[in-house]
Design a protein around this ligand. Structure first.
Ligand code: PMT
Length: 235
């Protein structure tokens, strides 16, 4: 059902993995299926928002009413995100962005070398897309509202809090990706949502969302984001 607060808002969502080429036939990537990001896009459209989905390579149909931009690499996802951020109200970084790419992409297929058991790849850091989006806002501005995800296999809350503050986010959705049946590739997910709240004793609000279909969890995440906007996070 349409939410009057969401109507007319522009929501930009990144989803899926990125692919970092090593040579013409190989790449570095991860197990993100895009399901979580696509569920967020669908939920945002259902609420009445205008939605742009910046998607890495996944095998999912584009949800009806969503505008999709396909990208492959973290650099391409960064460039599309920076282009769209000025005109959006909520930016949600759900993509599993490769932290590193090959320093140099080989022009030809890397050959297996006789007499050498090892191969060393030299990697360089990719831009941190969501941190760039957050930093692109004028000082003190929370427009767009920036929502990140944190995929952790241990110390979920500690690492998520660190990402919330270090990347300059307004809200973070932390998921434990070591739990069977949840996280990467699964239809279900559970999350700890943390957000900046100056009225709270430790400066952050939090809510635990139990395991449920990603479609349902996405709706909860969006309602949290809308509540942040309503709480005056916009200028
Ligand atoms: O796609 P699914 O199979 O449905 O799985 C969903 C998911 C597990 C991928 C999703 O719920 C999730 O956790 N997405 C974030 C994955 C991730 O890479 O998290 P991170 O903790 O490494 O990154 C933290 C945040 O920084 C994320 O918002 C990420 O998009 C962002 N980031 C990270 C690195 C980078 N170079 N640029 C970024 O913007």
């Amino acid at each position: 059902t349409v939410d009057t607060q969401a109507q007319g808002l522009h929501v930009v969502i990144t989803a899926g993995p990125t692919r970092e080429p090593l040579d013409p036939v190989r790449y570095l990537s991860n197990h993100s299926s895009g399901k979580m990001g696509y569920a967020l896009a669908e939920a945002a459209v259902t609420l009445g928002a205008h939605v742009t989905l910046i998607s890495g390579p996944v095998n999912l149909p584009c949800p009806a009413g969503v505008e999709r931009l396909d990208v492959q690499t973290a650099q391409e996802m960064h460039d599309a995100s920076m282009r769209l951020t000025a005109n959006c109200d909520i930016f949600i970084g759900c993509a599993a962005v490769a932290d590193y790419r090959a320093t140099r992409q080989a022009a030809h297929k890397i050959k297996k070398r006789d007499g050498e058991d090892g191969l060393t790849l030299q990697l360089v850091k990719n831009p941190d897309i969501i941190a760039c989006v957050a930093a692109s806002r004028p000082t003190g501005s929370r427009h767009p509202l920036v929502v990140g995800f944190a995929a952790e296999t241990r110390e979920l809350e500690t690492y998520a809090r660190d990402k919330l503050t270090r990347k300059g986010l307004d809200m973070i959705v932390a998921n434990d990706v070591s739990q069977a049946g949840l996280g990467f590739g699964a239809d279900d997910n559970a999350a700890l949502v943390l957000w900046l709240d100056s009225a709270a004793p430790d400066g952050t609000g939090h809510e635990q969302l139990p395991a449920q279909p990603k479609t349902q969890l996405a709706m909860h995440v969006l309602r949290h984001a809308l509540a942040r906007l309503a709480a005056g996070a916009t200028p």
